[in-house]
Design a protein around this ligand. Structure first.
Ligand code: PMT
Length: 477
């Protein structure tokens, strides 16, 4: 399984940089290697981190480590444009909630104090109106030199930068003195304090630095059959009218496309959607109502009715189900077969629809309607992933995961701007059956899809490894 980010910060408390974009400027000191750990601590506090690397810093630590950990391309070249034509350090300057320069060398302090924008870190600091935190690191004599003292004073007093003073101890020169990069938690605290309760500067994904488009996930779903549902079901009132919802299908289609790109064979069951479907690469089944969705689902998963009360274990026809569709919870009890005439008023009797995901989970786990075991679970055990559309709070999501007996539940607040129905972005929390909670920042739906599939691919690999070990133990008896 991939490493999980928890809802707690490094110190175990609430994550203090949730939803923030922090730019980490790294300059050419031996302490540059510590910036990798600083990135990790900022991320653990919930920040989305983008790294600016000076040319000399890149001689100490290569951009690949930073790109892999931050999932953003690393900004190294002042004169290079982003693939979409934007100027990288300006995008960062305009969208970051804070810039932290750590380690900051004596040379960089001098350049910054004089506004010499010869590298991406200085250029971003000059171009930003976000708070800037500077953590110097250098030899002791360099730190006490009047030039450095006056540069630091200018940054602090004239520019309003927060300076996290270096600590004392053994230095790279072999001497001992003041000049060591401050302890990393103190730098994180300074970033949190500098941002304070300022509003998030740029929540729109398009205005933020791009994500690493590459880091193409490996083909880690080859040989897997992934079933995805997308869009909103429509429940007919009469031949003309229906009860529907706002789902566009973007989330479900993004998951189907991401799974295809990772080598899975995909069945996409699409209810009402407003986006193109990958019908050349996936098996696409179109449905309209919850009843039709149920039929298509049982057919794709089990080849029909799910084995009823059959005692023998059912073989799974799928490895994972991701249920992103917005399924109607109620349907008209008696839809009219002719168009209803306009009248004074209209009362509709609605009856609840079956909970499709809970039904699939019961079949997979060999349970009856009351939750008692009636037969062997389906083998090999497929992974069940649900979504939860909540408004205001995601508190009920954990109860949904347990009630529906799911492996993973992706909760989104559909009332939040940029999240949920119809948007190109989503902010989700992934809950798992073991009690884990992975809070993701606002991301494109495609990136959310890949983060979900990272978990799915890892869990399927774990499942196969466990069954292989069990098989070997059985054989050796
Ligand atoms: O399509 P988009 O515009 O991109 O929007 C994406 C989305 C908001 C629709 C998606 O991210 C999402 O949240 N989908 C689930 C919506 C939903 O039905 O949530 P729910 O909390 O009501 O249901 C919980 C889970 O049970 C869901 O996986 C749902 O598919 C499933 N369910 C619900 C009712 C029902 N009768 N049967 C079900 O299987």
């Amino acid at each position: 399984m991939t490493a999980m980010r928890r809802a707690t910060g490094a110190a175990g408390g609430a994550r203090r940089l949730e939803g923030r974009l922090v730019a980490l400027g790294v300059t050419g000191s031996i302490a540059a290697y510590k910036a990798v750990e600083l990135l990790r601590l900022l991320t653990a506090e919930g920040a989305d981190v983008v790294v600016l690397l000076s040319a000399s810093a890149a001689r100490f630590v290569g951009p690949l480590s930073f790109a892999a950990l931050s999932r953003h391309p690393v900004e190294t070249e002042l004169m290079e444009l982003l693939p979409d034509g934007r100027i990288g350090h300006v995008v960062i300057a305009d969208s970051a909630d804070a810039i932290v320069v750590a380690p900051a060398t004596a040379h960089w302090l001098g350049a910054m104090a004089n506004g010499l924008a010869g590298d991406v870190v200085t250029a971003a600091c000059l171009a930003t109106s976000a708070p800037v935190v500077v953590a110097p690191a250098m030899d002791g004599d360099m730190w006490t030199h009047p030039a450095t003292r006056s540069n630091v004073a200018r940054l602090r007093d004239a520019f309003g930068y927060a300076v996290v003073e270096p600590g004392s101890g053994p230095l790279a020169s072999g001497q001992s003195g003041v000049g060591r990069l401050a302890e990393l938690p103190a730098i994180v605290d300074a970033v949190v304090a500098a941002i304070g309760d300022r509003p998030v500067r740029q929540p729109a994904v398009d205005a933020r630095p791009p994500l690493v488009a590459g880091l193409p996930r490996e083909a880690d779903l080859v040989g897997r059959h992934v079933v995805v549902t997308a869009g909103g079901t429509r429940e007919p009132i009469d031949p003309v009218r229906y009860i529907g919802n706002r789902s566009s299908g973007k989330m479900g289609v993004a998951i189907a496309e991401a799974a295809l790109d990772r080598g899975a064979s995909v069945t996409l069951i699409a209810a009402d959607v407003s986006v193109p479907l990958p019908d050349e690469r996936a098996r696409v089944v179109r449905v309209e109502t919850t009843g039709q969705l149920r039929g298509a689902l049982l057919e794709a998963l089990f080849g029909g009715g799910g084995g009823g009360g059959a005692p023998s274990p059912l073989a799974a026809r799928f490895d994972a189900l991701v249920m992103a569709a917005a399924v109607a919870d109620f349907t008209p009890a008696a839809p009219a077969d002719r168009k209803l005439a306009r009248g004074e008023s209209l009362s509709l009797e609605l009856r609840p629809t079956p909970d499709l995901l809970a039904e699939v989970a019961r079949i997979v786990r060999g349970l009856d309607g009351e939750g008692s075991e009636t037969r062997e679970p389906v083998t090999p055990t497929p992974l069940l992933v649900g979504f939860a559309a909540e408004t205001g709070s995601l508190e009920r999501a954990g109860a949904k995961l347990r009630a529906k007996r799911l492996d993973l539940l992706v909760a989104n607040d559909v009332a939040e701007a940029g999240s949920g129905f119809g948007t190109d972005t989503n902010r989700v929390v992934i809950l798992d059956a073991a009690g884990g909670r992975d809070e993701l920042p606002l991301l494109s739906k495609r990136e959310v899809a890949d983060r979900i599939l990272d978990r799915v691919a890892g869990a399927l690999d774990d499942r196969d490894a466990a069954s292989q070990t069990a098989g070997m133990q059985e054989a050796s008896r």
